[in-house]
Design a protein around this ligand. Sequence first.
Ligand code: MCN
Ligand code: CUM
Length: 805
Amino acid sequence: MKDEITPEDRVANLKGMGSSRKRVEDVRFTQGKGNYVDDIKLDGMLFGDFVRSPYAHARVKSVNKEAALAVPGVLAVLTAEDLEPLGLHWMPTLAGDKQMVLADGKVLFQGQEVAYVVATDRYAAADGVEAVVVEYEELPVVVDPFKALEPDAPILREDIKDRTEGAHGPVRHNNHIFTWEQGDKDATEAALAEADVVAEEMIYYHRTHPCPLETCGCVASMDKVTGKLTLWGTFQAPHAIRTVVSLISGIAEHNIRVISPDIGGGFGNKVGAYAGYVCSVVASIVTGKPVKWVEDRMENLMSTAFARDYWMKGRIAATKEGKITGLWCHTTADHGGFDACADPTKFPAGFMNICTGSYDIPTAYLAVDGVYTNKAPGGVAYRCSFRVTEAAYFIERMIEVLAIKLNMDAAELRRINFIRKDQFPYQSALGWEYDSGDYHTAWEKALDAVGYDALRAEQAQRLEDFKAGKTRKLIGIGLTHFTEIVGAGPVKNCDILGLGMFDSCEIRIHPTGSAIARLGTISQGQGHATTFAQIIASEIGLPADDITLEEGDTDTAPYGLGTYGSRSTPVAGAATAMAARKIRAKAQMIAAYLLEVHDDDVEWDVDRFAVKGAPERFKTMKEIAFAAYNQAIPGLEPGLEAVSYYDPPNMTYPFGAYICVMEIDVDTGETEVRSFYALDDCGTRINPMIIDGQIHGGATEGYAIAMGQEIAYDEMGNNKSATLMDFFLPTAWETPTYTTDFTVTPSPHHPIGAKGVGESPNVGSVPCFSNAVHDAFRPFGLVQSHMPHDHWRIWKIARDLGLHG
Ligand code: MCN
Ligand code: CUM
């Protein structure tokens, strides 16, 4: 057989790893053919809606359903009393706490679910909600986590008020959830005591919210004839949801089918379990009809998983030359009314102990106190890699604070403290083994790319002009070098509710040489159908366009822990490569048989096996696939399929160097991002265009968080930012323009060397924007000012520094 096309053409035809293959999902998304939860319409479907508490802390004296039940179309009103006989009035949280499904005697945050109204249509349900009469008795409210720990603070969780042990060890106050300690306290205190220089600061990362375009929702359908419950929902972890539903409802797991259809953005908001899911399932069981629940924007912002709210007190020790000798951090973590954080079980503060960042810090100590307040529960969400956002913000601010103390350039301070390339794999003082990195190369590339020295010169000139009264605008140069930790995670360290955090892929090759692959993860916009097919294409030599990818249906997909913590590529991506390699191994035997040579005498070449030394004798993967179904091959089963369950040996440690240049108007507080340069290293790059998209999206979310987005409460616990009038979502108008760049430092333990990237831009960009703001005011003595840096707050910084004359 003669081959006309070149090897390069054959590689290009696959659209495999490294190609900017266009997103296959977008054909349906751009034509309005996506299938979201709210698109699901079933015969006789009912609708559920919640009565929610207007108070942040109150006793619920009574719930009167009478008027609601009289509303035409209203069929039922569920309260905690109705759920109690089923044992469903409370549910376990992912953090070892429990949470009310419907208010059981009291409410702990504004917007908490009190009753669930079921009706024949959405409007009747809403009318029913209006007609339910709830009698409340207000209780004292605590929204400040420090006040919540004072001796006379009101007791929030009366259900567990006498406990002395929590899910993570002893507790010392009714409102204290846990203390989590890592590192060496004594050695760190000693380093601080002996240091030439100690910088100390309180770094607050305010409360915000992922606010996905599509809110949370589900459709529960109990088929009383077959006994099978089908639950469609906005789930980032469909298999885990199935297991949890089975455990708490008692319905056998094989009788539950959980389906995540298209999801309009997850960002961590859709990891946890919400009251809406439980109530919809109960309502469907009770009525025998499908029940839909989809929350509105206010409900989403008020009651579902928030993000951050970490008060991080830091102390950093250094020599007078700037070599860091120790890092100390005490964090007060506001978890709201219930501890519903979605962390791996052994990590109540997530991977906050990556807070030594990109730096070779010999000794460190971290303590985190989790605290109950009268705010919404949730905790880990919003492109956070399990609190890595907080950790990166903390260390990247502390570095800036130390630079001020040392009167040093912050780029230089980073450079002299980076972990060197030859130190990898690197053992961090707080317990992690960083797999690979080359920080100095990335840093120099970034500084060169933006023309760092020229920028500093321009900034200095501007400062002189400002002082001379020639301009009212300052320039801020924001620097960040972050280290991420993603890919939870080795089963021995990481589980959620006891489920080990492996992931999976199953590949079936069809006789004609096309394929279907199913994964335990679920895309919410990340483009898995595009990128995972590319991994398979490169591994087994079939074009990505001939590979269908399916996720999110627990009846068909292999068990996996889902998509969050940027774990899909590190874990399911590895499973995909491993499953593909099993297929290739079998294909090798088939090829050898067809070519009448020994297995070892054929070698892989892009899309075929060829006889060693005789490349003109080959069998393409397509031919091999057909043979697998068409011929009886001695010693081999027919068919060509494989499954891999992958337990990663370690996490992956992507990193990046970000630089932002910002113009700040001192009189109005207005800011303009003049440029934003983002260099990311996520190891082997599967699809550069998708990676760019992830960076653009994540950096825009980071911009929002740093520059204006906030979930704010007043002292009564009223949520002051529950609509998009008050909660800042950047539009095309505000969104900066990004320049992306990369280096490639493969992960040594991942089968294709890939690291995750989905959360990196949020982890890296927030400190970068914030550092730019701080940097502009550094010459006037600003050390630390809390985010979000909206115009008013920046105006206030300028005023407080006496810049308004
Ligand atoms: N990718 C790649 N090469 C790499 C790493 C990743 O081409 N070396 C590709 C992946 O194949 C995948 C995408 O980039 O298509 C993101 O991969 P990964 O970093 O593995 O992250 P996940 O797929 O696990 O996505 C989760 C991550 C998280 S935790 C949040 S939060 C977030 C994020 O992704 N939510 C998102 N990005 C999002 N993007 C969209 N559009 N919507 C969300 O809800
Ligand atoms: Cu922490 S947000 Mo993402 O892990 O789904």
